[in-house]
Write a protein that binds this ligand. Structure first.
Ligand code: SF4
Length: 494
């Protein structure tokens, strides 16, 4: 019998990918996805504990489930991900209607956990239907936040449910860095990597049998990939596995067209990796390299183990190695103790780094981390004021750096119509009311991403107006660019 799962994911690409993996496992048990909670047999939350905002959203959403569970008692409510890993026991106590809480290392057991709760529910139902047993049965709950303690991280196959040529492939998990503000080492455990051989055969299979052409390698700190797999090995031993060994082998896979990776730590960017960015034919012209602050004092407080000068030297060498590369970053403002002048150092740093874009956040203390213990030195309003100002500053940098793209030719993978196309109904309706039968230009446009990750919009030639560009590789000449996106002319379909 077909069953329905409503899945809500919070946080990073790693979580999105974990969710896809769970959906793929649940499909084998006849589950299909639904966007309507009320229709679901299983409500599954994949949570994120990294930022306050995602945390608050989850707690507001889980509270809404209470009335649903009253009306539909056999609906199964499961909470996975990082919040569950660190707060799962409290969650089960506080919200009586949660049936399952499990950490990221246990998501492959989602099917077994759901089956167990379904079985218990049926047993309870049968017992209650039995007139001799009027007693209300106690619901059994499942809690599993055990870390996977095996020395190697291994799973044979990347699982996904989408039908496009892009795939996330997890290559390592966990983190040993203990940045003072970050909960990941507590929620995802110690760093460990899959073997190079396992990843290479996994990617080969994705390319050969699933039509995958673009792969994003995932991990909390991908450029320290393989570090632990080498423990005990002679340094001169050629079998040592590092991130560049892996990239070199993936590069050789015929049919694979583009390789991306995230996320990286500046301390672990090796000379070898910088050189590979210049030599590789498949590595994207983009690197996301979180810096977090432009002040050495704040970086030290954050336990980041590099300086602003070291970071800038990496960016300079990367740009020399591959002149087309674009670098993006993460910034946290308002870290405890960040003075006005240290904040201004970050603004100056943005001027020097000339990032292509940044993800920026106001610091929010996460329980269990070192920074949680530090006294707040700024109010929320002061942090948000710094954040808004920093974002405007970055936008002005982006306006300038992205203009340099005009006139260049780029190959993009088409991901869909211009998003304004989705609103074309109302647009066409307004055209009609204006007496115009012509659809607006935007409604004919397509959009995709260049190797440097920038979004590019383009119009097809007249002769290709009805051509379906979705998931095709095309070459575009850029004609204009703003801080957010670019527009170009189609040259050819590859
Ligand atoms: S490197 Fe730092 S910020 Fe990144 S996951 Fe590890 S502890 Fe968190």
């Amino acid at each position: 019998m077909q069953k329905k799962v409503f899945l809500k994911t919070y946080g990073c690409q790693m979580n999105e990918h974990d969710s896809e993996r769970m959906l793929s496992i649940l499909r084998e048990d006849n589950f299909i996805s639904t966007n309507i909670k009320e229709d679901a047999d299983l409500i599954l939350f994949n949570t994120c504990a990294i930022r306050d905002h995602a945390n608050e959203k989850f707690y507001s959403h889980i509270s809404e489930i209470r009335s649903l569970k009253i009306n539909k008692p056999n609906i199964i409510v499961a909470v996975g991900g990082c919040i569950s890993q660190v707060e799962g026991e409290e969650l089960l106590k506080k919200y009586s209607y949660i049936d399952i809480a499990f950490g990221p290392d246990n998501l492959d057991n989602i099917s077994a956990m759901v089956k167990k709760v379904t079985f218990n529910n049926q047993n309870n139902q049968n017992n209650q239907n039995n007139q001799n047993n009027q007693k209300k049965q106690k619901r059994e709950k499942i809690f599993d936040n055990k870390y996977d303690n095996s020395p190697l991280y291994s799973f044979k196959e990347t699982k996904f449910v989408h039908g496009n040529p892009k795939a996330y492939v997890t290559i390592m998990k966990g983190c040993d860095n203990f940045c003072s503000y970050c909960i990941v080492p507590y929620s995802r455990g110690r760093e460990k990597s899959r073997s190079v051989d396992e990843i290479v055969s996994d990617v080969k299979r994705l390319v050969e049998f699933h039509g995958i052409e673009e792969v994003m390698l995932l991990g909390q700190n991908v450029n320290s990939f393989g570090r632990k797999n080498n423990e005990g090995k002679d340094r001169k031993d050629n079998s040592n596995e590092n991130f560049v060994t892996l990239l070199t082998k993936l590069e050789d896979i015929s049919g694979l067209k583009l390789l991306r990776y995230t996320s990286s730590h500046p301390r672990d960017v090796s000379d070898e990796l910088i050189a590979f960015h210049g030599e590789s034919k498949k590595l994207a012209d983009h690197l996301h390299l979180p810096v977090q602050s432009g002040s050495n004092k704040v970086l030290e407080l954050m336990n980041r183990e590099y300086t602003v000068e070291h970071y800038l030297s990496i960016v300079e060498r990367l740009r020399k190695s591959n002149p087309r590369i674009k670098v993006s970053s993460d910034i946290i403002v308002g870290y405890p103790g960040e003075s006005e002048s240290e904040y201004e150092d970050t603004l100056k740093f943005l001027d020097q780094a000339q990032f292509d874009f940044i993800y920026s956040y106001a610091f929010s203390p996460r329980p269990r981390t070192k920074a949680f213990e530090l006294p707040a030195t700024l109010t929320r309003e002061q942090k948000l004021k710094r954040l808004r100002h920093l974002q405007l500053h970055q936008i002005s940098i982006q306006e300038k750096v992205r203009k340099e793209m005009v006139g260049e030719k780029h190959v993009i993978l088409v991901e869909g119509r211009n998003s304004k196309f989705d609103q074309s109904k109302s647009q066409n309706e307004s055209n009609k009311s204006n007496g115009s039968n012509e659809p607006k230009e935007t409604s004919l446009m397509w959009r995709g991403r260049a190797s440097n990750l920038r979004i590019v919009h383009f119009n097809p030639f007249d002769s290709k107006r009805d051509f379906n560009f979705l998931w095709k590789w095309v070459e575009i000449k850029i004609t204009s660019s703003t801080a957010i996106s670019s527009k170009g002319q189609l040259i050819r379909v590859l």
